[in-house]
Design a protein around this ligand. Structure first.
Ligand code: PXL
Length: 298
């Protein structure tokens, strides 16, 4: 008994570069990606792009740009021969976006390059972003193997007006297909308000002819960090070789549980959602799926 090796992996874990901001308060971006990815048995290599006192929905939040230190870190990682299985980029900031536009080609050998084009929500850009940022993000997304925009970001990437009100399924399918062909990447469109009060996710791999659409009843309120949680689950699952559609279902269920706990707690949604209680089940789902997977499917 004394030498029993407990629980799961005793093998090398897939390595994932995660680069996005570190916001002190609000449970977004790096603050949620790191615990989620580590719990899902992926080895994170983290590169913060900026340090904020809190995410930008808190008026007066501070912003310290860290992009000046990024090239030296990336050069060191090259010297170490990190060879990550994947790269996951989220909220960057203008200067960091330009660093990644230059450096991402150095990681072309990684099989997964997930760009979450974090720019805005609810029809508006996040504080501090402008048209030039949108243009830069379009260029960065060209280098991705998978992009995970919300509906606001999808409209910005496609340079088309934001559809108003609930999104019709035909519109959602058309936008998903247009994104896949414009960016030559797999697409997961998250957090989509659908008719009948549902919330949808649309996904399309580069080998599928038609997008899939997943839906569930939409819970009341606007929550922060849920897109980042979704992208973290996807990035971890893809480098572990899980397939896109079951991953999207698992991410939706995980977030649904997190929102329900938060609603019951009655806290200010700007402080993020209670996701951690759902991690053991998600970890088990990954272990079960991995036993039967037949390779990454983008
Ligand atoms: O959850 C997206 C996000 C990430 N990082 C920062 C943000 C936001 C959304 O408001 O402000 C700094």
């Amino acid at each position: 008994m004394a030498h029993t090796i407990v629980n799961q992996p005793q093998r090398p874990l897939p390595r994932l570069i995660i680069s996005q901001d570190l916001s002190g308060v609000g449970q977004v971006s790096m603050g949620v990606a790191l615990p989620i990815v580590a719990t899902l048995n992926v080895e994170p290599a983290i590169l913060p792009t900026a340090l904020l006192s809190a995410h930008t929905a808190f008026p007066g939040s501070t912003f310290t740009d860290l992009s000046a230190s990024m090239p030296a870190t990336l050069a060191h990682w090259q010297a170490l021969g990190l060879n990550p299985a994947g790269v996951y980029l989220g909220y960057l900031g203008s200067a960091a976006l330009n660093v990644w536009r230059k450096w991402l080609p150095q990681f072309a050998a990684s099989s997964v390059c997930l760009v979450d084009p974090v720019m805005g929500d609810g029809g508006k850009l996040y504080r501090g972003f402008d048209d030039a940022y949108v243009t830069g993000m379009r260029a960065l997304a060209q280098q991705a193997t998978i992009i995970t925009p919300n509906i606001t970001e999808s409209a910005l990437l496609l340079d088309q007006p934001l559809p108003q009100g609930p999104i019709q399924l035909a519109t959602l399918r058309a936008m998903t297909t247009a994104l896949a062909s414009k960016f030559n990447a797999a697409v997961v469109l998250t957090g989509v308000p659908l008719p009948e009060g549902d919330l949808g996710t649309a996904g399309l791999t580069t080998t599928d002819a038609e997008p899939f659409i997943l839906r569930q009843p939409r819970l009341p309120g606007t929550y922060f960090g849920t897109g980042d949680i979704f992208a973290s689950v996807l990035a971890a699952g893809l480098v572990r070789g899980l397939q896109l559609r079951p991953l999207c279902t698992a991410a939706m269920d995980f977030i649904d549980g997190a929102i329900k706990r938060t609603l019951m707690a009655g806290t200010d949604p700007r402080f993020g959602v209670q996701y951690a209680a759902g991690l053991p089940a998600l970890q088990q789902f990954f272990t079960d799926k991995e036993a039967t997977n037949d390779g990454p499917q983008l």
